[in-house]
Design a protein around this ligand. Structure first.
Ligand code: DAH
Length: 339
């Protein structure tokens, strides 16, 4: 009898079905009032005393295994039914779609593009891996020019000379090489500098370059454009130009906007002066025009360049530049409602 019971246990263990009727038939066959277990327990009375312990244990095992099996089969049937009901119901409301958010760098970049496109600037791009000519030489920075020290460069290869561009001014040159004036373009992009990473500076960041070339372009045009930009972008209409030096512009200036002292909490933003530097600019040096095959006797132009991170930090009061690159969703989710 022990063998018979063990065989039944094995049968029960492998039994499978997805039909409710079959589960019920299975249950009746084993556990019903006239079922196999009933029969076996009757037969048990006649078992030899020496075998009673083993057979008794096996019978209990068979009863437990069978009722667990019935329970399991019923549960999985119910689950399957629930899933079917859920997905089969075409009137059910759809799952909520998680709202995505744009990266603050994209938001600011798009806004800058929007502001300049209103006054006729197109968007242009250039390669991140540049050659010496476009990043330096054509921009009036010859090989041993001391101004090259202003930027710590990631050099890739000596021959052919390749490097990671240190500024988007390289796109100016490419654009002038491939387009005739009048030129009105802005070039947003990623740039690379071999700098120590801190809360204010990073080795990878973003810039927007601007270039305007036509006949009779003057410094006054540059100033008006900058004024328009700062009004649109920051809602501030007081700017000042401080004389400065860039090899690719002459004269050159740095642009400060009057930010005021209201937001000056820790004296880090404007160092207590109210003024904030936001970009470099100037009249394109005639040498740069010549290098890009534009006649400096006929054409003049202005250029400017600014850092996107810096502007985003200002606009959203972001205290540390590293937050842009950490991809922490708790940071990124805060820009959800901004398109
Ligand atoms: N290329 C400069 C930099 O990376 C920024 C700049 C300054 C661009 C003056 C210009 C300019 O076009 O006229 O710091």
């Amino acid at each position: 009898m022990l063998k018979k019971v063990q065989k039944l246990i094995a049968d029960v263990e492998v039994f499978k079905t997805t039909s409710r009727d079959e589960i019920e038939a299975f249950r009746i066959k084993y556990l019903g009032s006239k079922g196999l277990l009933k029969e076996l327990f009757n037969e048990f009375k006649t078992v030899d005393a020496s075998m009673k312990k083993d057979v008794g244990q096996a019978l209990n095992n068979l009863r437990n295994t069978t009722s667990t099996k019935v329970q399991e089969l019923n549960d999985s049937l119910e689950n399957a039914q629930e899933i079917k009901n859920f997905y089969g119901d075409l009137t059910r409301p759809s799952e909520p779609i998680e709202l995505g958010s744009r990266h603050p760098i994209s938001i600011v970049r798009n806004r800058i593009i929007e502001v300049f496109s209103k006054i006729g600037f197109t968007v242009s791009e250039g390669p991140e891996i540049e050659d010496d000519w476009h990043n330096f030489t054509a921009l009036n920075l010859p090989e041993y020019h001391p101004a090259r020290d202003m930027q710590d460069t990631f050099f890739i290869e000596k021959d052919p000379d390749l490097l990671l561009r240190t500024h988007t001014s390289s796109v100016q040159v490419r654009y002038m090489e491939n387009n005739e004036p009048p030129i009105r373009t802005i070039s947003p992009g990623r740039v690379f500098r071999n700098e120590d990473i801190s809360s204010r500076s990073h080795c990878i960041f973003h810039q927007v370059e601007g270039l305007y070339i036509d006949t009779d372009v003057s410094f006054a045009d540059l100033k008006q454009t900058l004024l328009y930009f700062t009004k649109e972008m920051f809602g501030k209409s007081k700017i000042r130009l401080r004389p400065s030096y860039f090899p690719f512009t002459e004269p050159s200036a740095e642009v400060d906007i009057y930010w005021g002292l209201e937001t000056e909490i820790d004296y880090k933003i404007t160092k207590g002066t109210g003024w904030l530097e936001i970009m470099g600019c100037g009249m394109v040096d005639p040498n740069v025009l010549k290098n890009a095959n534009i006649d400096p006797e006929k054409y003049t132009g202005y250029a400017f360049g600014m850092g996107i991170e810096r502007i985003a930090m200002l606009l959203y009061q972001i205290p540390d530049i590293r937050m842009f690159y950490e991809n922490d969703v708790r940071f990124l989710e805060q820009f959800k409602s901004i398109i």
